[in-house]
Design a protein. Structure first.
Ligand code: ADP
Ligand code: GLC
Length: 483
């Protein structure tokens, strides 16, 4: 391949902030292009044209017409928006509908999800093949199962042989399993429907296709990269990952410091030091109708799913409340958890908002003393990073990226000049969480120590600098990509 000063990367993602977001993937996809620009990487982002944002885009340019794109006509649009170079797959038959990105109004997966995201991956391959005369990527970097067929299409496409592929696993719980009867509908070769290809217990696994065919596999923290190799966390794909171990690495997520910095956050009363949190706490308590309190105000901002371990918090909550602590939760998801937290909010020191509210999330993280992340597994996790940046001490489970980002309070890290930035608990049980909440309350009752930990947290590097350099190095070490 011709040597270029700039590495061209096509990022393939099903969500991207600030346009469309259900979780951390959007933040990462939205922040990576900017973070990588200073490392000689020019990234374009391929995204489905969902109805929630497509009409807002101004000055889109038509780049290609695709008369038959998995069941209907589609167009590829190009636009620069919010600092991102976007390629939008405008395929109304796949994306223009009322409901969520992945779920219909009945709360179930859209039945044609396989085709919806196979189309995205297919178009990525077409771009690798030279669909855009003036721009061909050196690397296609796809995210999660929704982009994971791209490495397979590319590997089987003679025109794209020089294009390298990277797959990032943000969450292995979602694998894109499809009945084998859809092989030809997904434009897959039956010769690859084997144990050494994308066959998984008699089905097609989009994620496995990516794991087999991508040149490199990454995930979003070093600890999760290790955990993925075990039956406890690999969710059935640990064997495949073990075989690709040499090509698997963990690169920690960062957060976008232009969006998440207490010094310049337009949604809060800005502050530079922990003492500046006090007026934000008063605002938050008023907003949630919580009384003033001596104990720690803890927040949760989360999807309400099994992964996040919030059922354990319901069990452990009395320990916090008995010690004068408070809980404010913002989240949406599993209807049972929504109902259980709504019931818990009958307590005067518990307040719950069911829903999704990006700005409220900022106010909560600024105003709280602590943020709770009791996840059963957590590939990286972003809210504990927001907590660190805002001096809102994270109390986290010892797993995945939570283990890699929080320095837990222990006798050793609190001795001399304390270096701790939060609390960790293990195993991930309600009794261990209860103990951790009791420790949190005890630490909060020592103002000097707490303040010290807050300063440590606020000084902890959580931006993209280090990780962007790691992605750039990974790209440049791919065969045929010259630094
Ligand atoms: P995951 O991607 O597994 O949901 P992360 O911690 O990586 O977990 O990212 C979650 C992102 O979504 C964070 O930016 C968090 O602030 C945001 N978020 C989650 N739930 C809500 C909500 N109900 N309202 C606002 N933001 C939310
Ligand atoms: C996933 C994970 C989360 C991670 C995010 C972004 O949704 O659950 O831990 O931070 O992706 O990589």
């Amino acid at each position: 391949m011709e040597c270029r000063a700039v590495t061209r990367v096509l990022s393939v993602t099903s969500e991207c902030a600030p346009l469309v977001k259900t979780g951390g993937l959007a933040d990462v996809a939205g922040a990576l292009p900017g973070a990588l620009a200073q490392h000689g990487v020019k990234m374009r982002t391929l995204l489905p044209g969902y109805p929630g944002f497509i009409w807002k885009l101004r000055d889109t340019r038509l780049r290609a017409e695709l008369p038959e794109c998995f069941g209907g006509p589609a167009r590829l649009l190009e636009v620069r928006h919010a600092g991102l170079d976007l390629l939008i797959l405008d395929a109304p038959h796949l994306y223009d509908r009322e409901g969520g990105l992945y779920l219909g109004p009945d709360g179930r997966d859209w039945p044609d999800n396989p085709e919806r995201f196979a189309a995205l991956s297919w178009v990525a391959c077409e771009i690798a093949n030279g669909l855009l005369a003036d721009w061909q990527p050196d690397i296609v970097h796809c995210h999660d199962w929704q982009g994971a067929l791209a490495p397979c299409y590319i590997a089987r496409s003679p025109a794209a042989q020089q294009v390298r592929t990277v797959l990032t696993i943000h969450n292995i719980a979602f694998q894109g399993l499809v009945p084998a009867t859809r092989l030809s509908a997904l434009r897959l070769d039956s010769a690859d429907f084997t144990q050494h290809g994308f066959e998984y217990w008699g089905k097609i696994s989009a994620l496995k296709a990516g794991l087999i065919f991508a040149d490199r596999i990454t995930t979003v923290s070093p600890t999760y990269a290790e955990e993925l190799l075990t039956p406890e966390f690999g969710m059935g794909l640990e064997g495949v990952l073990m075989e690709r171990r040499a090509d698997l690495s963990g690169i920690l997520n960062g957060i976008d410091l232009d969006v998440w910095s207490p010094e310049k956050d337009p949604h809060i009363i800005p502050y530079h030091a922990p003492v500046g949190k006090l007026p934000n706490k008063a605002v938050l308590q008023a907003e949630f109708r919580l009384p003033e309190s001596e104990g720690p105000l803890c927040v949760v901002v989360s999807r309400l799913t099994e992964q996040k371990g919030l059922d354990l918090l319901l069990e452990a909550l009395p320990v916090l409340l008995e010690r004068g602590g408070q809980l404010a939760l913002l989240g949406t998801g599993d209807p049972e958890l929504e109902a259980a937290f709504t019931r818990a909010a009958e307590h005067p020191n518990v307040a719950v908002r069911i829903g999704y509210d990006e700005w409220l999330a900022h106010r909560m993280i600024a105003g709280a003393d602590a943020i709770l992340v009791p996840s059963r597994f957590e590939p990286c996790g972003l809210t504990q990073l927001y907590g660190l940046r805002y001096g809102t001490l994270p109390l986290v489970a010892l797993t995945g990226g939570l283990a890699d980002t929080v320095i837990p309070a222990t006798p050793a890290t609190l001795a001399g000049t304390p270096v701790a930035t939060g609390l960790q608990f293990h195993p991930v049980t309600d009794s261990a969480l209860s103990n951790a909440l009791a420790r949190l309350c005890a630490l909060r009752a020592q103002p000097d120590l707490w303040r010290r930990m807050q300063r440590n947290a606020m000084a902890h590097p959580v931006g993209w600098d280090h990780s962007a350099a790691a992605y750039a190095a990974l790209y440049k070490n791919l065969p045929g990509i010259t630094p």
